[in-house]
Design a binder for this molecule. Structure first.
Ligand code: SF4
Ligand code: SF4
Length: 166
């Protein structure tokens, strides 16, 4: 086909690429993109911090609780954090819109805090982590999860043992 033929064919067929950034573009369903942290589901095991190949995750003890910090700039999107997370405290999304100027690299973070509380039973200081599934002998209701969250680890075990025995 000559030049004119190719030109006419392409004009009729239209662009074969997506119009991004001026329109929608294709995102594969299995894409590993921006990491999200969900403090309400976190048991504070810190496995994600241990396995993170990019050294992107850090936990810090603060007066308010246990603070989670993730630098998107250091994340390699390997997915190990989500793979080893025993709950769904950390997950990968299919969002890849992370381009940013170098000057904003320290602002590209995911943050969250598990708050410090006083145990509702004994008054000891504790983290309001998500209660482990092993504390229940049935799938817990949201109210049961919230009640257990209000106890320290020792009182959680005591309450769980009493309920399983009754
Ligand atoms: S996000 Fe998951 S792996 Fe990380 S500390 Fe929380 S429960 Fe553990
Ligand atoms: S996806 Fe990989 S590099 Fe990114 S935070 Fe998770 S473990 Fe770290």
């Amino acid at each position: 086909m000559g030049f004119l033929g190719v030109l006419i064919r392409n004009l009729v067929a239209g662009p074969s690429t997506d119009p991004f950034p001026f329109g929608e573009t294709f995102t594969p369903a299995t894409l590993r993109g921006r990491v999200e942290y969900h403090p309400a589901d976190c048991v504070a095991c810190r496995a994600c911090e241990q396995v993170c190949v990019g050294g992107a995750i850090r936990f810090d003890k603060t007066p308010e609780g246990l603070r989670f910090l993730l630098w998107h700039d250091s994340c390699t999107f390997c997915g190990l954090c989500a793979f080893y997370c025993p709950t769904e405290g950390i997950t990968l999304t299919d969002d890849w819109h992370l381009a940013h100027p170098q000057s904003r690299k320290f602002a590209m973070v995911e943050e969250g805090t598990i708050p410090t509380i006083r145990c509702a039973a004994c008054g000891a200081q504790a983290l309001a982590t998500a209660p482990a599934a092993a504390l229940f002998d049935h799938p817990p209701t949201p109210a049961e999860v919230e009640e257990m969250r209000s106890y320290c680890p020792r009182c959680r075990r005591k309450v769980a043992a009493e309920r399983k025995a009754s």
